[in-house]
Design a protein around this ligand. Structure first.
Ligand code: SF4
Length: 414
């Protein structure tokens, strides 16, 4: 693998997101414009069809960072393009590098000041496999689901991302890689937000990534993760693309999952697994189940056995990930020996299982952690109440009691 030398935008101290204090730039981002829309725009101006190709090549494959740099276009046309579209919806980025250069965490500021994150992970070639460069991207600024172990959940929901605000995370990483002659091999929708609660924009972003005229990434190299929005999973299944579905499961028992993934109060775990099974059968793709391991909460033998029963006979793979420490929770990640014991129990039950590690823990690779750092700290009393509530809710869940808390606002309809 070549030396990792990403282009680093100097960190000038991105300040807290001044949500809704700055109007959003209304010009569509070029990363969300289809070839047909761009072609129609040029036709209206009497420009030849090849202009579309020139702009798309620059936007998706070039080194240019502004319309003004596309020197194959007449100067007046560059000015017109800039008046109609944004070349990049990311106003500025901060990139932090860790894991000996194997992980790059980027914090992107959008036109209205909100911050979203993406994480680029490099996997060197090994055992005959090629090197991979996987980008984890955000689909929303904040998240309404409110999983208590997640830094984004702590932030709450700000807004859905536009299509270009999603794809521009990819274009930004691809440019950094191209500077070293490398290219992005995989994209996972596993950053900030619940992708299936912004599904129209996510599908447009996937279409752009998949489109040979734009990014040209094979559907099999794209993974969409969900915490269990059942109508969204069914809609994906109906569309039939061959991308991989990942379910953020975290617990197989409903009382505990009600606490860890509040969406479970609307769509219980059996419904989620049934919808995921239909997706796997329709696409022929194995479904991945993610379990963030929290010490003393969801890592017991009882939890392993419940998971084995839930996934018995499924075409599935389980990833166990020790929880990253997130501020303001009373919990810590499961120690590795206990994760291994859990994995052994699943293996013995015939469930394919891998232990994975969060990349870049020292720079806050848990999704939303960098943005949370910039969003300011809650008061000590808010933190204390939150911790007390989680302790009491998880204790009730471990006794098998279902939560009576309402479904988080805005997530019930899917
Ligand atoms: S884990 Fe995912 S779904 Fe849950 S709060 Fe965080 S971003 Fe939202």
């Amino acid at each position: 693998m070549s030396e990792v030398r990403p282009v680093v935008v100097p960190f000038r101290g991105l300040r807290p997101a001044p949500s809704a204090t700055r109007p959003r730039d209304e010009r569509p981002g070029i990363g969300g414009v289809t070839p047909g829309e761009l072609g129609a725009w040029f036709t209206e101006r009497g420009e030849p069809a090849y202009r579309t190709r020139q702009v798309l090549d620059a936007a998706w494959r070039g080194r240019e960072v502004a319309f003004a740099e596309i020197l194959t276009l007449p100067a007046a046309l560059r000015t017109d393009l800039d008046a109609a579209f944004r070349f990049d919806t990311v106003v500025e980025s901060e990139v932090r590098i860790t894991d000996g250069g194997l992980t790059e965490k980027a914090l992107h500021r959008l036109s209205d000041g909100l911050l979203v994150e993406s994480v680029l992970m490099h996997y060197p070639a090994r055992d005959g496999s090629r090197e991979r460069h996987t980008l984890c991207i955000s689909s929303q600024a904040g998240c309404a689901v409110g999983c208590p172990f997640c830094a984004t959940g702590e932030l709450g929901m700000e807004r859905d991302l536009e299509t270009a605000e999603i794809t521009d995370q990819v274009r930004s990483a691809a440019r950094r890689l191209a500077a070293d002659g490398r290219h992005l091999t995989n994209v996972v929708f596993m950053g900030m937000g619940e992708p299936l609660l912004n599904l129209d924009r996510v599908l447009e972003a996937i279409a752009a990534l998949n489109d040979r005229q734009r990014f040209g990434l094979g559907a099999r190299h794209i993974t969409v993760s969900t915490s269990g929005v059942v109508p969204g999973i069914r809609r994906l299944t109906g569309l039939g693309p061959q991308f991989t579905l990942a379910i953020s499961l975290h617990a197989a028992r409903n009382p505990l999952r009600d606490v860890l993934v509040p969406l479970n109060r609307r769509w219980p775990v059996e419904e989620v697994v049934a919808a995921a099974r239909e997706h796997g059968q329709a696409t022929g793709r194995r479904v991945t189940y993610e379990v963030v391991m929290i010490e003393g909460i969801n890592d017991t033998d009882l939890d392993a056995d419940a998971l084995a029963v839930l996934l018995h006979g499924e075409h599935a793979h389980v990833n166990l990930i020790p929880m990253n420490q997130v501020a303001h929770t009373p919990w810590t990640g499961t120690p590795i020996p206990a994760v291994e014991r859990f994995a052994t129990r699943l293996h013995a039950a015939g469930i394919q299982t891998t232990i994975r590690f969060n990349r870049g823990t020292e720079i806050g690779a848990a999704c939303g952690q960098l943005a949370a750092e910039h969003a300011g700290q809650p008061t000590p009393i808010v933190v204390r109440r939150r911790r007390e509530r989680l302790v009491s809710e998880s204790a009730a869940a471990l006794r098998g009691e279902r939560s009576h808390e309402p479904v988080p606002a805005g997530v019930g309809e899917g």
